[in-house]
Design a binder for this molecule. Structure first.
Ligand code: HEM
Length: 361
């Protein structure tokens, strides 16, 4: 066991297939079981978001009037809306359990204090999320509480996805074999002569901005959904047959903002993709999430259109919530990967940018 670890480490030093050589990333060993468990927790959270969307889409939010029990029982008869509402509670309990195990596992096994802190933050977030869910039911679905519940759901999902990234081998190995590097700010090593005019934002900063814009769009979606403004503008792609609808009510205003938000998200995603396709097309590390972003965006806009054309049929409306979460998570993964790309001369050696003689031992 010990010998295996040593030979792996020697492999790292020689720059073999194990990892890009660096002293800092030797500080933690990837625990594959822990990583897989983090991926499982993120996957279960995605299913939970879909099930939460089903509760609202089917109008089952108050199908079970009490909390934390359901009709005073742990497992009531699953009839009508109870199936969705209680099913959502069951899935939430499972995610709560998974998160608790994940946080404890990380705390015991991961030496990085900031990752342990994130594990604890995820645990706090799922507890708060459960309380908000219960409060929503007990207070008869007040809009601010329902919106907070929807937004924290997406934030919690981001935490689980980030934990899956941080515990993975890619993070440890700094996504070793990537293609041509983009200008990434002061730490960057460029394989080509420096540009005359570096981009205003590094890819990491741009990715973070795109992720934030998508998150704001999700908040707008949640506000619109919970204030019942989903059909406040009944036609699409036009709005009341015009480009700009008469902004006569709050509902129309929020709905129109969501459509403008979709435009902004589209611009950010397309720009991210073009940038990655131009500077990182050799390796899949960034190209894969960037391409996935574009595919998800097309699906998301189509689902948004069908939500309106079908007068909020359950399936397209619920899928619209879930794909929104997938867009957010994909953008986050791309951002984290861009941040973690090799940036010091040591990494550049591995990528063939700098002669190994130039690298201090
Ligand atoms: C392109 C990026 C988009 C994203 C990320 C996005 C995301 C979302 C999310 C997450 C929700 C639900 C929020 C929640 O309940 O928690 C939502 C609601 C909604 N979205 Fe979008 N959306 C996008 C584009 C569009 C487009 C182009 C349309 C078409 C008009 C649209 C129409 C709607 C409608 C009608 C609802 C409310 C559904 C209801 O009342 O049940 N969305 N959106």
């Amino acid at each position: 066991m010990q010998q295996g670890a040593e030979s792996k480490e020697q492999g790292v030093r020689r720059g073999s297939r194990w990892a890009v050589p660096t002293t800092s990333n030797l500080k933690f060993q990837v625990n594959r079981g822990l990583h897989r468990f983090a991926v499982l927790t993120a996957g279960a959270t995605f299913v939970l978001i879909f099930m939460g969307g089903l509760v609202t889409s089917t109008g089952s939010g108050l199908a079970v009037p009490d909390w934390p029990l359901s009709f005073g029982q742990v497992f009531p008869p699953m009839v009508g809306g109870v199936l969705y509402e209680h099913g959502h509670r069951m899935m939430a309990a499972l995610v709560g359990l998974l998160t608790t195990i994940l946080a404890v596992w990380i705390y015991l096994r991961d030496p990085r204090g900031w990752v342990r802190g994130l594990g604890v933050a995820a645990l706090m977030a799922i507890i708060l999320q459960g309380l908000l869910g219960g409060l929503t039911v007990l207070l008869l679905l007040p809009t601010p509480v329902s919106v907070a519940h929807a937004c924290l759901a997406q934030g919690f999902f981001c935490l689980t996805v980030a934990l899956a990234v941080f515990t993975g081998p890619g993070w440890r190995e700094r996504y070793g074999s990537v293609g041509k590097q983009e200008n990434r700010g002061p730490r960057a090593v460029s394989p080509t002569p420096p540009r005359s005019r570096p981009p205003l934002l590094s890819l990491t900063q741009w990715g973070a901005l795109t992720t934030a814009v998508i998150y704001i769009q999700l908040i707008l979606g949640a506000v619109m959904r919970h204030m019942g403004a989903g059909l406040a503008i009944p036609d699409f792609p036009l709005a009341y047959g015009r480009l700009v609808p008469p902004l006569e009510s709050e509902a129309i205003f929020v709905h129109f903002l969501h459509r403008l938000g979709a435009l902004l998200v589209t611009l950010c995603v397309v720009w991210t993709f073009l940038r990655v396709a131009r500077h990182h097309r050799q390796g899949p590390v960034l190209l894969r999430p960037a391409s996935l972003l574009v595919v998800l965006l097309v699906i998301q806009v189509t689902l948004g259109a069908f939500t309106i054309w079908t007068l909020k049929a359950v399936l397209p409306t619920t899928a619209h919530v879930a794909v929104g979460a997938a867009l957010l998570a994909t953008s986050l993964v791309l951002t984290l990967r861009a941040h973690r790309l090799p940036a010091s001369p040591k990494f550049a050696t591995n990528l063939g940018f700098v002669s190994s003689k130039e690298v201090p031992a």
